[in-house]
Ligand binder design. Structure first.
Ligand code: SF4
Length: 344
């Protein structure tokens, strides 16, 4: 792509950078050098691009000065390998979050795709902010570089599970996904960049038709239609049956196993009957189930007893499902979606 009008250097792919260099009066291979600095080495400071002539670095800075969103707040959790949440600010002063979750064998970045969200799920602080706008793919990729520069460690996994619903900003999300997974660029494995959805059937079908359909997480909330509607409010208009059909279509097209995320909150989905209902809803979908504990916001929902969470996990396991009980990370830093941005 070549958009000479763009104010963001991250909007250019390799071919676009080559053309840009030619339009500046340099050679196309200078574009390859800039591409390698940014996407292979993760260097976003022109002064550090030492094999570029000084006047070219100046020209780049004069035309594309602000490459990354600014980190305006950083909140680190307690303990080793702690989760860190970053509040970022875009050029138009809109704020959004990114969370870094290091574990022993991986370093995951949870990225946002929108400022706010059109849905207003009851358990989610982002929903309570209302919808401001979609993030561009340059801003999504920029948030990755901003955090990578700060933590100075390689990010191994990315999840689109921050603020916003990825499937309704799919064009930008897929462009960012392609940049993250480009083998000659950032080069994160396609298996390790995951998109999470609250369940938008038409968009799940669109995603299934991508040349390389990304791995998908579906946040079910509850296998009971009426409880789901209570929790998801607007997004609850899509029926579980429609979602099941679209997930079946996705799994056939993509051959990917789907992850079902079950966020357990007290009184909504924390009983053995809920586990049984989830098992029957899944039927023959190829899935694994991730159980997450609810991080309390100010919406009246509360954390389920640990005992109940384990009972749900054990029942699903007994019924033959693959279940992963996720450690609750970052409850001390408002790490659930949108909690920090809503606060500031
Ligand atoms: S859970 Fe997802 S879809 Fe629901 S309000 Fe939050 S960001 Fe939006």
């Amino acid at each position: 792509m070549l958009n000479i009008e763009s104010k963001d250097i991250l909007s250019f792919d390799l071919h676009g950078l080559e053309k840009l260099m030619v339009s500046f009066g340099y050679k196309a291979f200078h574009g390859q050098q800039v591409y390698a600095w940014i996407y292979r080495r993760g260097i976003t400071d022109y002064d550090k691009m030492t094999d570029l002539q000084k006047d070219l670095r100046k020209k780049l800075f004069d035309n594309y000065p602000e490459m990354l969103p600014k980190i305006i707040k950083e909140v680190r959790g307690s303990g080793d390998q702690s989760t860190t949440k970053f509040l970022l600010e875009a050029e138009d002063k809109q704020r959004f979050e990114v969370v870094n979750i290091p574990t022993q064998d991986r370093n995951t970045l949870c990225v946002s795709c929108q400022v706010g969200c059109v849905y207003n799920c009851k358990f989610c602080a982002t929903g309570s902010m209302g919808f401001k706008r979609n993030l561009t793919y340059e801003e999504i990729v920029g948030s990755y570089f901003a955090v990578q520069n700060r933590i100075k460690e390689r990010i191994t996994n990315i999840v689109f599970m921050g603020m916003g619903e990825p499937l309704i900003n799919l064009k930008n999300v897929m462009q960012a996904w392609n940049i993250f997974t480009e083998p000659d660029g950032i080069g994160i494995s396609r298996r390790k960049v995951t998109i999470s959805t609250v369940g938008i059937p038409d968009q799940i079908r669109v995603l299934a038709l991508e040349p390389y359909p990304p791995k998908l997480v579906f946040s079910i909330c509850s296998p009971h239609e009426e409880i789901r509607r209570k929790l998801l409010l607007k997004a609850g208009k899509y029926s579980l049956e429609e979602i099941h059909k679209s997930l079946m279509y996705y799994s056939k097209k993509s051959r990917n196993r789907i992850t079902i995320a079950l966020l357990i909150a007290k009184g909504f989905n924390n009983t053995i009957e809920d586990a049984k209902a989830l098992h029957s809803w899944i039927r023959n979908l190829p899935v694994k189930i991730n159980i997450l504990r609810y991080n309390e916001t100010e919406d009246g929902l509360s954390r389920a007893d640990e005992n109940d969470v384990e009972k749900v996990a054990n029942e699903l396991h007994r019924l033959g499902r693959t279940v992963i009980l996720r450690q609750s990370r970052g409850s001390d830093i408002n790490a659930a979606c949108g909690q920090l941005a809503a606060k500031y």
